[in-house]
Design a protein around this ligand. Structure first.
Ligand code: PLP
Length: 453
């Protein structure tokens, strides 16, 4: 239709292949959504197995969030925090986020606002280097991250990220970022004892710290569960080992909770599943369930006090830092999660249910592993059951092939190389989880002759 024509003529969609956009005759135009279901301009409805882009945690069609935005816009749509000023929503939201962070780590007292997850990580990048300079250790500049990590698309975000195909565009990473092994047991530690694998992967951090000199290392950054990398769920002993290494060398621990925060793993923050205590947290997405753009950085009192003791200046901030309307909506979104017990329900009901029905897919001849934690999961597609072997000559293509079949069959999921990933709204019902897994199963059946051809 008309919109697809205009899309082709004028629109560059984010993270897209513009040649493919032309071949397909424009993007699929999504026009409406309700609950866990999205609908396109041609009237086709899809179960949203991705919660938009890992973010619509409370589901679509929440009147109260629209009302809160409307009322805030009438009262005070915008004011900044640059002029020794603040507005009520960011102040209230910061206190609410602090309460959630402090449930597991009382040291996390303060919150800095931005508009996107990428910006949150850029803020962290500057704040951490500035902190070490103030502490009289200006050589501590290096960030250690993991291969295949995703921390955003800005220059610092994509540099912290470990995706080589992103580094190739824009001559990244910028100096001072080191990438070590990721805890991807199915792909890189197949058949290895999980604790031995966790030790090997965590030790790659320590080796790198020693390699570059501990006195030069500022921080380690990681997603509790790598999302865009393919829903990489680390072995249980991995995070405690990483935390111990950070403490041993006195380097800061940063958790990028942009996907894992706000209930995804059945806790307010993903790291709480492993009981570790980060010094900084990046959060976005589920913070507002995607209803408006907002992100935040959780900061420890040690870092705040260091700034205060050295003059207090942090010359960093965005026009939309602490945007009142975005903050008001985020606060109302958190209240929905509280009132509907969505975190507890994810941990005790829907998360375990997804794990149980997803596991059954492991009987399918194309499935090497079906893993999940809370309401985020992945299915690994293999050529031979019981192995991690991919289809020869078709490596990296199985995910997108099955994804296209899922979309045809009424389910939006993402194909990442040879896996499918899912991350539905936290309001998903057991019946919808059944439907999600049924469509995965049917689509795998349909893909099998194509992949074996
Ligand atoms: N960090 C993680 C872990 C993410 O998954 C993402 C986005 O997917 C980002 C950062 C970047 O967030 P944004 O796209 O809002 O800039």
């Amino acid at each position: 239709g008309e919109l697809r024509r205009l899309d082709l003529a004028h629109h560059l969609p984010a993270q897209s292949d513009y040649k493919l956009q032309r071949e397909l005759g424009g993007s699929r135009i999504i026009t409406r959504a309700e609950g866990c279901t999205i609908t396109d301009a041609e009237g086709k409805s899809l179960l949203d197995g991705m919660a938009g882009l890992w973010c619509v945690n409370v589901g679509y069609g929440r009147d109260e969030l629209a009302r809160v935005a409307y009322e805030q816009m009438l009262e005070l749509p915008y004011y900044n925090t640059f002029f020794k000023t603040a507005t009520p929503p960011p102040v209230r939201l910061a206190a609410k986020i602090a309460e959630k962070m402090q449930a597991s780590n009382p040291a996390l007292t303060h919150v800095f606002f931005n508009s996107s997850g990428s910006e949150a990580n850029d803020t962290i990048f500057r704040l951490v280097r500035h902190y070490w300079a103030l502490k009289g250790q200006p050589k501590r500049k290096i960030f250690i991250s993991r291969k295949n990590a995703y921390h955003g698309s800005t220059v610092a975000g994509a540099s912290l990220g470990g995706m080589t195909f992103m580094h190739e565009q824009g001559d990244l990473p910028i100096p001072g970022v080191e990438h070590v092994l990721q805890p991807y047991q199915f792909g890189e530690g197949f058949g290895e004892d999980p604790d031995a694998f966790a030790t090997r992967v965590a030790n790659s951090i320590e080796e790198r710290i020693l390699g570059v000199g501990a006195e030069n290392v500022a921080a380690f950054i990681g997603e509790p569960v790598q999302g865009a990398g393919g829903v990489i769920i680390p072995p249980d002993s991995y995070w405690p080992k990483v935390e111990a290494i950070c403490r041993k060398y006195g380097i800061l621990l940063i958790c990028d909770e942009v996907i894992c925060g706000f209930g995804r793993l059945g806790h307010w923050f993903g790291h709480q599943h492993w009981g570790i205590k980060p010094d900084l947290i990046a959060m976005a997405k589920g913070l507002s369930s995607g209803y408006l753009p907002i992100s935040a950085v959780g900061v420890s009192s040690e870092i705040v006090n260091t700034l205060v003791e050295h003059g207090g200046d942090f010359v960093h901030g965005y026009t939309y830092s602490g945007h009142p309307t975005c903050c008001a909506v985020a606060l109302a979104n958190i209240e929905i999660m509280e009132n509907e017990d969505l975190i507890e329900r994810t941990r005790t009901v829907t998360g375990p249910y997804l794990a149980k029905v997803l596991k059954r897919l492991e009987n399918h001849p194309l499935v090497g592993e079906a893993r999940s934690i809370g309401l985020i999961g992945a299915v690994e597609i293999v050529s031979e059951p019981g192995t991690n072997k991919r289809f020869t000559g078709k490596e990296g293509t199985a995910g997108p092939i099955v994804r296209d079949l899922c979309i045809k069959n009424g389910l939006m999921v993402r194909g990442i190389r040879d896996s499918l990933v899912m991350c539905p709204p936290l309001i998903i019902t057991e019946a919808e989880i059944d439907r999600l897994v049924d469509i995965l199963h049917q689509s795998l059946n349909e893909a099998e002759p194509v992949l074996r051809a």
